[in-house]
Design a protein around this ligand. Sequence first.
Ligand code: PBG
Length: 326
Amino acid sequence: MDTPDRPRRLRIDGIRPLVSETTLEATDLIAPVFVDATTDERVPIETMPGHERVPVDGAVDRVEEIRETGVEAIIVFGVPESKDGEGSGAWAADGVVQAAVRRITAETDAYVITDVCLCEYTDHGHCGLLEPDAREDPTLTVENDPTLEALARTAVSHAEAGADMVAPSAMMDGMVGAIREGLDDAGHTGVPIMSYAAKYESAFYGPFRDAADGAPAFGDRRHYQMDPANAREAMREVELDVEEGADVLMVKPALPYLDVVRDVRERFDHPVAAYNVSGEYAMLHAASEQGWLDLEATAYESLLSIKRAGADLILTYFAEDLAERL
Ligand code: PBG
């Protein structure tokens, strides 16, 4: 019996690892850390089993736990003590992220990335400064250009606190350029920008919004985050961020947007990051709690597929669990 080829020849145990095309390593992963200025104890995040918000005092311990698994990089999100209309806590020199980053960089060797956005700091929960009539008029939300200055100030305050890299996630036009200019003017020419370049208006962020207390008080983010229907538009978004000086290009979420990850990989030579978001984490946990899916296996397969699609680095809530097994 003649078959043209027998791919199964390479699937036997001795050769399988040698012909494996994709690898996943602890150093590919970035672990999110939530620091909460409103608590002095760790608070479990219900929608994200295994994750907790930690007080500023506990940030160093939390990062050390992560480092012990082999994961070297973290991204810090903050829950501030109080919020206001402008989100001024985002750039406060003694704000929650700034205070935590100061300690983490002084006491650990972690590579520290900060999320640059206003949604956790504004009392309305939007990612920037509101248009004057935004609360009454559903066609309005965030005013682009006045928000740029706030984002630049925030990024500079993170760099002053010692952040190794900043990651703007507000999806304002021109934000990467404004932040690059702000950092350079303040002397932080060596701090790279990982841009949330193609960030979609996704329902998969739900659990995160509980974790970071950043859900919009009215309306949604469709006027600034991308329409899930659009992939070509993502290339324009990424192109602009490249022109404005982005160092790393991120696609978010990851699994429902692997086509976009692949497109960015093929068109640009910058490192590509993908954010395996809170909903992607929560759904595997929920199914495994029911006994319907094997958590470890599905998490591993998910992250492997994100790398196979073309991501160099992955932000993921599975970072520690996975790294421990690698
Ligand atoms: C802030 C921000 C969000 C996430 C990361 N940065 C929330 C949002 O845009 O609503 C989501 C991360 C996740 O779901 O894991 N803008």
